[in-house]
Design a protein around this ligand. Structure first.
Ligand code: PMV
Length: 280
């Protein structure tokens, strides 16, 4: 009997969430939180284990879709093919989300840092970025699980996009920030990393995808010298999912989280994409 364990990573979006649904670029990074599926051809015994937080902007559904496609591909006996895994995962994501950009399944498949664009339904392009600098230490703080699903958030933004001209210009402003992030990663410019995160967060707040409670938490982080942004679809009413957080003084940040009783995790960016962990 052919048995296998495959795993796929979650992701964070450094910049470009929501804008990427409308053809603007996004920079995504695979992270060191993974979902794995173990099983054999009988299917019934498949075991799923994950430490990717669910519904919090870390691409848990894409990690599931990618791991599932990879698992099926392996058990079918056909050769390992990343393009096929990502394509099949995108189909699953569509069933789940309606109108995904395809960025999440692409980064979960290929890993690393991606510059990603959905030019059209049949033309999705990406480049694996070769990062030219050592990135600052970044952390995750959960602002709370959003009440809204990704599908609801994407459709809410699309209603505003259709009726409010200023949303279009906001998406172009997000693209400018995404390009600043790109030049930062490629070491072509040296803007302070924290400022890029804050700039991106403020635009997402203007877009309306950050809840009042999350804005207040981000404000507190900024007040003590740090920076934070939501990653992914966000949430409007309660939590807005995972916050990507940076502070030049890590000890200060950890003390802050402890004082407020917030769970904080170190996150590594640019991790490996889908992979076979074990096979027989
Ligand atoms: O919340 P997540 O992890 O599903 O990320 C969604 C990212 C969006 O840009 C809002 C939607 C998309 O499909 O890219």
């Amino acid at each position: 009997m052919r048995t296998v364990k495959v795993s796929a990573p979650g992701k964070i979006i450094l910049s470009g969430e929501h804008a990427v649904v409308y053809g603007h670029p996004a920079i995504l990074a695979a992270v060191n939180f993974r979902l794995s599926i173990t099983g054999d051809k009988t299917g019934k015994k498949a075991q799923i284990v994950s430490n990717v937080p669910i519904g919090s902007g870390m691409g848990s559904s894409a990690a599931y879709a990618v791991a599932t496609s990879a698992y099926k591909l392996f058990l079918s006996g056909r050769s390992w093919n990343l393009a096929e895994i990502s394509k099949e995962a995108y189909k699953l994501e569509k069933r789940h989300h309606g109108n995904p950009s395809g960025g999440d399944n692409t980064v979960s498949t290929y890993g690393g840092f991606l510059w990603y664009r959905k030019e059209a339904e049949s033309l999705k392009t990406f480049t694996r970025l070769s990062i030219k600098r050592k990135l600052p230490k970044v952390f995750l703080i959960n602002s709370g699980r959003p009440k809204e699903t990704t599908k609801e958030m994407v459709s809410w933004v699309s209603q505003r996009y259709a009726t409010k001209p200023r949303i279009r210009s906001l998406l172009f402003d997000i693209e400018k920030t995404t390009r600043s992030f790109l030049r930062f990663l490629l070491k072509e410019e040296n803007p302070p990393f924290g400022e890029l995160l804050t700039e991106n967060e403020k635009l997402l707040e203007k877009l309306g995808v950050v809840s009042p409670g999350t804005k207040a938490l981000v404000g507190q982080i900024e007040k003590m010298g740090g920076a934070a942004k939501i990653s992914g679809a966000g949430g409007r009413t309660q939590g807005s999912g995972i916050l990507l957080v940076y502070h030049p003084d890590t000890q200060k940040l950890l003390a802050f989280a402890q004082k407020l009783n917030l769970k904080i995790f170190r996150v590594k960016l640019g991790e490996e994409g889908v992979r076979i962990e074990k096979k027989s």
